[in-house]
Ligand binder design. Structure first.
Ligand code: GLN
Length: 228
């Protein structure tokens, strides 16, 4: 295992979009960090690999993985039938749902109240999918921080995004006067994506993920980012 780690051929190329705190983001020391980053490192360590990140906007990750630009993608990516047509996923590693971020005092109290409002989403995400399924044409942003900025500026009335991301944003920015509405949308499960048919890598990732879950290491990472 030690020998493997010094072998540069054993670097796993992983695509991500580091604008999605607390899953993958760039901290004030310019390090890419987050729950997914810690999880991917633990998985790669167990497999005897190092990780080399390649950044992309979220909506380009699946295509780039298909094109062979990466070995895997970790990006708080929900396992959906649409994506499963293009790439394969590991076992699920986290559950989330769509929450609606609004300004305190907003008349938006339920998902139904989004109709006729200006709604921001991150392009290519399940947030976009749920908004469009309601007949809304959302404003699409490359990254959630841009959408949140527009919410603060009044450019949009609401932002639909993954629950842990909305909760983290509110917690990190208590003076922004943002609150969330639980949209009661369906539960989603994140997976690590690999190129379609790359069963060898998928099986290795799954085996390591299971080890981390059994050993309590997964739980330590979870607690670090979601302090429960
Ligand atoms: N979980 C959502 C999706 O898969 C959002 C992911 C993200 O923006 N990084 O579409």
């Amino acid at each position: 295992k030690q020998a493997a780690k010094t072998d540069s051929a054993k670097a796993l190329k992983v695509g991500t979009d580091p604008t999605f705190a607390p899953f993958e983001f760039v901290d004030d020391k310019n390090n890419t960090t987050g729950f997914d980053i810690d999880l991917m490192k633990a998985i790669a360590d167990d497999m005897g690999y190092t990780v080399q990140y390649e950044n992309s906007a979220f909506d380009g990750l699946v295509t780039s993985l298909q094109a062979g630009n990466y070995d895997a993608v970790i990006a708080a990516m929900t396992i959906t039938p649409d994506r499963q047509a293009s790439v394969d996923f590991s076992e699920k590693y986290l559950m989330a749902e769509q929450f609606i971020a609004v300004k305190k005092g907003s008349p938006i109290k339920t998902a139904a109240d989004l109709k006729g409002k200006k709604v921001g989403v991150q392009s290519g995400t399940t947030g976009q999918t749920v908004a469009e399924a309601m007949g809304i044409t959302p404003m699409k942003y490359d990254a959630i921080p841009d959408a949140m900025n527009d919410l603060l500026n009044g450019g949009v009335d609401a932002v639909v995004a993954d629950s842990p991301v909305v909760l983290y944003f509110i917690k990190q920015n208590p003076n922004f006067n943002i609150q969330y509405v639980n949209g009661d949308f369906s539960k989603e499960y994140y997976g690590i994506a690999v190129k379609k048919g790359n069963n060898e890598l998928k099986d290795k990732i799954n085996a390591s993920l299971k080890k981390l879950q059994d050993s309590g290491k997964y739980n330590d990472i979870y607690k670090k980012w979601f302090n429960v």
